[in-house]
Design a binder for this molecule. Structure first.
Ligand code: ATP
Length: 234
């Protein structure tokens, strides 16, 4: 569903991503792992077109995204949930979700607000609350829900577990797994929390200093003692 070939990105003299290639297969979760500064966020931003690429190509469902602006990539089916849970604080939960439908992808079956409330019942309970009163976990659910309402082909998730309690992380990860299995969503999950990410991912890649150092099934990488120790802090 998403093919990344030889992707390089620079910030001035610093090459933050160096000829990285990987494939996120349809209906699977691909985890992108690595320590601070490995280049994970840079990669997601380049896939979305938020950062210019120095070289390489990105294909979404066979369409080459070279020269395609970010808003058009979104209409073609890419949804990007950045780090930081950027909700619109002065709008209600329901209004924040409605914003997601403005970015609805072409030709897809829209995901209803009711389906989002089924996936994250707490959002239904708090639909008329202003977003600024939500907890960190509820905000994370809201930004994922807002991305899903656009019915993307690929969901790019940047560090959804950051700063959340283990119980909340498990709930969000279970829901993402459910979406992949029941709705056939394709997910690219960037995480420093390698243990949790490997437990729900099908496939994983590991970045170090901008280079890809490993790629395999999540089950195989989870068993690789040397790799876990060297790059994943496990
Ligand atoms: P983290 O988990 O801390 O977000 P990451 O794996 O997502 O780490 P990136 O944020 O992609 O890593 O950063 C990759 C490299 O690029 C780092 O060396 C970082 O210092 C550098 N970098 C990131 N953003 C910029 C920028 N705007 N200008 C210059 N260098 C940057």
């Amino acid at each position: 569903m998403l093919e990344v070939h030889d992707l390089s990105v620079r910030y001035g003299p610093v090459r933050a991503l160096d000829a990285v290639s990987f494939t996120a297969r349809r209906g699977e979760i691909t985890a992108v792992l690595g320590a601070n500064g490995a280049g994970k966020t840079t990669m997601l931003r380049a896939i979305s077109g938020l950062l210019p690429q120095e070289q390489g190509s990105v294909l979404l469902d066979g369409t080459d995204l070279r020269g395609v602006p970010t808003e058009e990539r979104s209409r073609l089916g890419l949804a990007h949930v950045p780090e930081g849970r950027g909700v619109i604080a002065q709008l209600t939960v329901a209004e924040n979700l409605r914003l997601g439908s403005l970015g609805r992808t072409r030709g897809s079956m829209p995901v209803s607000r009711e389906r989002i409330y089924e996936l994250f019942p707490v959002l239904g309970d708090r639909s008329e609350a202003l977003a600024h009163v939500l907890s960190g976990g509820e905000r994370q659910m809201l930004v994922v829900g807002r991305a899903l309402i656009a019915a993307p082909k690929v969901l790019l998730l940047d560090e959804p577990s950051l700063g959340l309690a283990g119980r909340v992380v498990s709930q969000i990860f279970r829901t993402i797994r459910d979406l992949v299995e029941r709705d056939g969503l394709t997910v690219v999950l960037v995480e420093q929390n390698a243990r949790s990410a490997l437990s729900i991912a099908d496939h994983a890649v590991v970045l170090n200093l901008g280079r890809l150092v490993a790629e395999d099934s999540a089950a195989v990488l989870a068993q690789d003692e040397q790799l876990r120790h060297a790059y994943l802090g496990l």
